[in-house]
Design a protein around this ligand. Structure first.
Ligand code: TXA
Ligand code: MG
Length: 323
């Protein structure tokens, strides 16, 4: 669909209704979904064929909206003033009251935010008036798309709408900088050169690897995944006394009446619904304070691959990336 006023309206309406809409930004084409709609976000991961749930960037139209999602410290505000709208993504602590679903941030306490500088993207974001997550609109592992026909070549049939705004100007993804209290850190080089950022900050950007071996670690920063306090016991066929249970599907397990708490990812056994619920369920069970969360087997097909990937990471012995 050519990017005229009607297309922008169709995109905004579609996104608000949970559709997957690809649209141009100045960096690359993004595949948008309502960041507050966990089912839409689960469909987005499925459409991209991502084997794991990487946290996504929430796109908004203006600084006030960005501040509702993320706690921007003085450094982040300086970067925002200098580079937004533009090819800079800021990772910051999630703000109180931020309604972006846990699946979109992969369960992290931090969130990546960007105000894109493309008239079509901005018109859509203004129209929909809620945060839109948008990874690059390609199949996982393929190149990022810089034209609408690249998007169609990868995702035709998987998504609801493509807005064609012509070739993108920048052509590489946004630069990602984490502003998490310590020195700002370059997480991904991209459309805004490092030197331009360092000039604004009048200081060098840290590298993730430059962190002190025993220094304080921002949760999820290196590994970018959520680690519950509780131990996870995967492929559970029975519940042990004192365990919490993360269930999947209509079946039950021996010992379930002894569980401290039971949550079901999807009683129907639907993988989209399970993905949408995954991080929120893990957090809720972790909050009970149980030592161990038993996890029923989840099939490995479709989104099950990503669900099992995250469960395996959450169950892995704690390294320093998981404080
Ligand atoms: O230019 C871009 O940034 C494009 C356009 C569409 O905006 N989007 C894009 O999204 O490249 P994606 O999903 O392909 O890349 C997002 C990156 C991932 O590497 C992810 O790990 C990182 O952002 N990220 C997101 N949230 C994060 C967080 N809380 N902490 C650390 N990294 C995060
Ligand atoms: Mg990408």
């Amino acid at each position: 669909m050519k990017a005229d006023a009607a297309a922008v309206r169709a995109a905004a309406d579609g996104l608000a209704a949970g559709a997957l809409v690809a649209f141009p930004t100045e960096t690359v084409y993004g595949l948008g979904a309502d960041a507050e709609n966990a089912l839409a976000v689960a469909r987005l991961y499925a459409a991209k064929g991502r084997p794991s749930f990487n946290p996504l960037i929430a796109h908004v139209a203006d600084l006030l909206s960005a501040r509702k999602l993320a706690r921007l410290d003085a450094v982040a505000e300086r970067l925002a003033a200098a580079f937004w709208p533009g090819a800079l993504t800021i990772v910051a602590p999630r703000a109180m009251g931020c309604r972006v679903c846990a699946l979109a941030t992969a369960g992290l306490d931090t969130i990546a935010v960007r105000i894109p500088d493309h008239p079509v993207a901005r018109a859509i974001l203004t129209g929909v008036a809620r945060p839109i997550v948008a990874p690059s609109a390609n199949r996982s592992g393929h190149l990022s798309p810089t034209r609408a026909d690249h998007v169609l070549a990868d995702l035709a049939g998987q998504i609801d709408l493509v807005i064609d705004g012509g070739p993108t100007g920048v052509g590489v993804e946004s630069t990602i900088v984490a502003c998490l209290g310590v020195r700002p850190m370059l997480l991904r080089p991209g459309g805004i050169p490092r030197a331009a950022i360092e000039r604004v900050l009048d200081a060098p950007l840290d590298e993730p690897s430059a962190m002190p071996a025993d220094g304080p670690l921002a949760p999820g920063l290196l590994a970018s995944h959520y680690a519950p306090r509780a131990r996870l016991r995967l492929e559970a066929r029975a519940v042990q006394p004192g365990e919490a249970l993360l269930a999947f599907g209509p079946g039950s397990l021996p010992g379930v009446s002894q569980a401290t708490r039971v949550l079901n990812l999807s009683v129907r056994g639907d993988l989209l619904e399970a993905a949408a619920n995954l991080f929120a369920c893990l957090r809720a069970l972790d909050a009970v304070g149980t030592g161990t969360i038993a996890v029923m087997p989840v099939p490995r097909e479709d989104l099950g691959e990503a669900i099992n990937d995250r469960l395996a990471r959450a169950a892995a012995p704690r390294g320093r990336a998981a404080v």
